[in-house]
Design a protein around this ligand. Structure first.
Ligand code: SAM
Length: 275
């Protein structure tokens, strides 16, 4: 049973939590919408949930109303900490607040397994946070993440489409990625300039060698760094591009955006084996 709490807009006003652009602050104040987002991460029974950027805590409230074991909330804005402490008091033993930069947080030591991430991410650090989580994806059961819609499109994009690139390859290589919900600017306070979208990522069960992920990052950086060029030219920086492509059975005249995720995987494995 949820404890009685004042409406979120009232809490935000009482704490003078005016949104700061530099921190990518666009708050979700609608409890029904927050509950809908938390539901996208189901099942939450017994899960330890990492929330990055809880802000005034709308989504946090919804997560605490779920059967999750606990929520660990990492927030950079000191002004939000007092609001979150009130919330922690209303849900004894279920909300841990970590004040600091999520880019520097050690997620493994922060919360035990089974872990899920649910977050309305600050737009300025959404992509680096995702890349960091992909490198250690085996630690998570799922990640339910809100981005600017254009970034969400880049995560789920198929080969040979407008948004396909490095982010799609790295994300889909490590996780099953699904566009879960699109939200108009008016869903947030203050409204951002663009639409937002939630992507639900479920890591593939087998955890690859970190060195293979590093090789894939290297290959995709080279290939998409010059995406208009043919691969035999864009992959030159890796050395022996023609031999690499021949061994992978990929025509050197193709461009990066036409390669499937398994084709990038083949290239990464050869690069890794070469040392
Ligand atoms: N979750 C809240 C909601 O949905 O209403 C706020 C989301 S708002 C888009 C992003 C939040 O991330 C803000 O509260 C902001 O202060 C916080 N933030 C920004 N950069 C951060 C960082 N590097 N580490 C942790 N939190 C950060």
């Amino acid at each position: 049973m949820a404890p009685p709490l004042p409406p979120l807009a009232e809490t935000v006003a009482r704490h003078g939590l005016a949104a700061r652009k530099a921190l990518g602050q666009h708050f979700l104040l609608d409890a029904t919408l927050c509950a809908r987002i938390a539901a996208l991460a189901a099942p939450l029974q017994g899960r330890h949930v990492l929330e990055v950027g809880p802000g005034p805590g709308g989504l946090t409230r919804a997560l605490l109303d779920s059967p999750a074991a606990e929520v660990v909330a990492v927030e950079l804005d000191r002004r939000a900490i007092a609001v979150l402490e009130e919330l922690a008091g209303a849900y004894p033993g279920r909300l841990r607040i970590v004040e600091g930069d999520a880019l520097k947080a050690e997620t493994e030591s922060l919360l035990p397994a089974p872990r899920k991430v649910v977050a309305n991410l600050p737009y300025n650090v959404g992509t680096p946070l995702l890349i960091g989580w992909l490198r250690e994806a085996a630690r998570f059961e799922s990640l339910t993440l809100m981005f600017q819609q254009e970034v969400a499109e880049r995560i789920v994009a198929a080969p040979d489409t407008e948004h396909y690139g490095r982010l799609a390859v790295l994300s889909q290589w490590r996780c099953a990625c699904r566009m879960a919900l699109r939200l108009p600017p008016g869903a947030f306070s203050p409204p951002p300039k663009v639409w937002s979208a939630i992507v639900h990522l479920v890591p593939h069960p087998e955890a690859p060698d970190p060195a293979l992920m590093a090789a894939l990052e290297k290959v995709t950086a080279a290939a998409f760094g010059q995406r208009r060029k043919m691969l035999r030219s864009s992959l030159k920086s890796l050395g022996g591009a023609e031999a690499l492509l021949a061994e992978a059975g990929i025509e050197g005249t193709r461009r990066a955006e036409t390669l499937s995720v398994p084709e990038f995987d083949r290239l990464a494995r050869i690069v890794l084996a070469r040392g």
